[in-house]
Design a protein around this ligand. Structure first.
Ligand SMILES: [Zn+2]
Length: 80
């Protein structure tokens, strides 16, 4: 069975170091009872995730790839 991951940014829950409030979203996407990014602009969301990954020390190539993959997340699939 596939590993459970965030439906918004695709981060595997096993890599989520925060306190998760939702079954569908990671602790970064969903906080204090609501989605961190509530818009539906995929590009804008990708930029936020990229910058957040970089600020947490991810390698630029990996951050780029992970961010690119977001378009296949359940939350965004229907918008592209
Ligand atoms: Zn997420």
């Amino acid at each position: 069975m596939a590993e459970k991951m965030c439906e918004s940014c695709l981060m595997p829950f096993s890599k989520d170091t925060g306190k998760r409030e939702s079954d569908k979203y990671c602790s970064l996407c969903y906080k204090d009872g609501k989605l961190m990014y509530e818009g539906n602009d995929l590009k804008e969301f990708q930029k936020i995730v990229y910058e957040s990954m970089r600020s947490r020390g991810s390698n630029p190539l990996w951050a780029w790839f992970a961010t690119f993959m977001i378009r296949f997340a359940p939350r965004w699939k229907k918008t592209v």
